[in-house]
Design a protein around this ligand. Structure first.
Ligand SMILES: NC(=O)C1=CN([C@@H]2O[C@H](COP(=O)(O)OP(=O)(O)OC[C@H]3O[C@@H](n4cnc5c(N)ncnc54)[C@H](OP(=O)(O)O)[C@@H]3O)[C@@H](O)[C@H]2O)C=CC1
Ligand SMILES: O=C(O)CCC(=O)C(=O)O
Ligand SMILES: [Mg+2]
Length: 473
């Protein structure tokens, strides 16, 4: 079955039932060490995860690690250009849950991202990246503790599908000509626009199915959060990209107000309901005026549309959501992408789950991680219906590779997410406790040490792992 790898001799497979993992006491879990700083981070992570599982379950549970290869390591073992060998794909498919270090992607040419390929091959359509603050973590922000968000990023489409043509390529030039000569002129809204003949071309597909399955998971997650965090914000640049990013927003609202009608309220609905609660005799027109500050300047058609929106909301959900009932529902709102980047800094406590398309989520998860201590503190998970691969938000950080210096926190916390996904909460809690205590004690790697006041002597990557284990208690 495998060409160059052998599964551990002990352990059993994780299986899936209705999209949920069924985990044996001794699961076999494939891991990819990763390029660059993977060489430092992975051993530290494995040590912490093993110690937590052993302590939490007194040796009754144990992970059997199965080393599989991708990236530079894979080329060393399997030969030139064998970046993602079939062995690795077979193992991940077979065992269902895996964890990986970062993998390098060259800029401007060369292979396409192996990280993205894994997400697409296994249809891991949800990328979950929580950004929360651990007490004592230094931050450039004054109130990092107010940020507690989870980026829910669509993980398989958008420009990450990787359908693009190089400037000057035969097909790219042909495509531009067809667009310029046939398709753009046939689309009146595009007027006389033309694409420069020396442009590179990329395709940005955003599908209704892809958007809604992501938002569905985000809403289901929100249902499990404490009441004050039950909110899903649809992040988009729909003012500019109307039929891709704007459609993502519209499909998100559509899903929320159909499949989850009893559980959700949209922000605009909450305003309409709130206005009627404050003034039971308010007319639909007055209500429309309140929810749209620019109402007076609108065209008659647009005004009529908003009045109709008010009437529809009151006719359809006043009974189930009115008289303050909406305050117990999941709030679904939306924010334009540039605005959310400043909002998570200026009003962090107003946000919870941020549902995004692929590119916006990629940017936003690094930005949010920076607020709570940097990329050394940014875990993640790629989740589908029958497979999950856990990995940090950050990349290979090549300049720090092999120095036993980098912060392993993000991959360790990705391991925590994996343990939680497996239902091994006691082990996950031990690691969170140990990590929090190490940080609060000033036992941190260089990235956090340099931000601390007064400055502390940084620990090595491996020493930080040991400090976490020591603080299990
Ligand atoms: N999922 C994946 O495997 C990903 C892979 N990549 C790939 O990684 C490669 C390098 O990308 P690059 O843009 O440099 O981004 P990186 O995330 O690898 O590193 C950028 C900087 O972030 C900081 N950083 C990263 N990881 C850590 C950590 N564990 N602890 C503390 N600080 C950290 C470092 O900052 P400082 O030096 O200031 O301390 C580092 O120089 C590229 O090939 C890219 O495609 C990128 C993202 C995700
Ligand atoms: O695959 C890569 O090289 C980069 C991907 C990335 O930045 C991410 O998923 O956050
Ligand atoms: Mg990224």
């Amino acid at each position: 079955m495998y060409e160059k790898i052998t599964p551990p001799s002990t352990g059993a497979k994780i299986t899936f039932k209705n999209g949920e993992p069924v985990v044996p006491e001794n699961p076999i879990i494939p891991f990819i060490r990763g390029d660059g700083t993977g060489i430092d981070i992975w051993p530290a992570t494995e040590k912490v995860l093993d110690a937590a599982v052993a302590k939490a379950y007194s040796g009754k549970r144990k992970i059997s690690w199965f080393r599989v290869y991708a990236g530079d390591e894979a080329c060393d073992l399997y030969g030139t250009y064998q970046y993602l060998p079939q062995d690795t794909l077979t193992a991940i498919k077979e065992y269902g849950v895996a964890i990986k270090g970062p993998l390098t992607t060259p800029v401007g040419g060369g292979i396409r991202s192996l990280n993205v390929a894994l997400r697409q091959i296994f249809d891991l359509y949800t990328c979950v990246r929580p950004c929360r603050y651990y007490a004592g973590t230094p931050s450039p922000h004054k109130t990092p503790e107010k940020l507690d968000v989870i980026v829910y990023r669509e993980n398989t489409e958008d420009i990450y599908l990787g359908i693009e043509w190089k400037q000057g390529s035969e097909i790219g030039t042909r495509l531009i000509k067809i667009l310029n000569e046939e398709l753009i002129p046939a689309t009146p809204e595009h007027g006389k626009k033309q694409i420069p003949l020396d442009a590179g071309i990329g395709i940005k597909p955003i599908s209704k199915t892809g958007s809604q399955r992501l938002v569905r998971r985000a809403i289901k997650h929100a249902l499990l959060l404490p009441k004050d965090k039950q909110q899903v914000t649809l992040v988009h640049k729909g003012n500019i990209m109307k039929y891709t990013e704007g459609a993502f927003r519209d499909w998100g609202y559509e899903l929320a107000t159909t499949e989850f009608r009893q559980e959700t309220v949209t922000e605009r609905e909450s305003w309409i309901l709130g206005n009627k609660e404050k003034n039971p005799n308010i007319s639909a027109e007055e209500n429309a005026h309140e929810i749209d500050p620019g109402f007076d300047a609108l065209t008659p058609e647009k005004k009529a549309q908003i009045v109709k929106e008010v009437e529809t909301v009151l006719n359809t959900i006043w009974e189930s959501h009115g008289n303050g009932q909406w305050k117990d529902k999941i709030m679904v709102n939306d924010r334009i992408a540039d605005s959310i980047f400043q909002q998570i800094q200026t009003r962090p406590d107003e946000y919870s789950i941020l549902a995004t398309m692929n590119l916006n989520g990629d940017y936003l998860s690094d930005a949010a991680a920076a607020i709570v201590g940097g990329l050394g503190m940014g875990p993640g998970a790629n989740i589908g219906d029958s497979c999950a691969i856990f990995e940090a938000t950050h990349g290979t950080a090549p300049k720090h590779a092999g120095l036993d210096k980098i912060n392993p926190g993000s991959v360790i916390l990705s391991g925590v997410m994996m343990l939680e996904y497996m239902g091994w909460q006691a082990a996950a809690d031990l690691i969170k406790k140990g990590l929090g205590a190490a940080i609060a004690n000033g036992q941190v790697t260089y990235d956090l040490a340099r931000l601390m006041e007064p400055p502390v002597q940084p620990l090595k990557c491996s020493e930080f792992a040991d400090a976490i284990i020591k603080h299990f208690g």
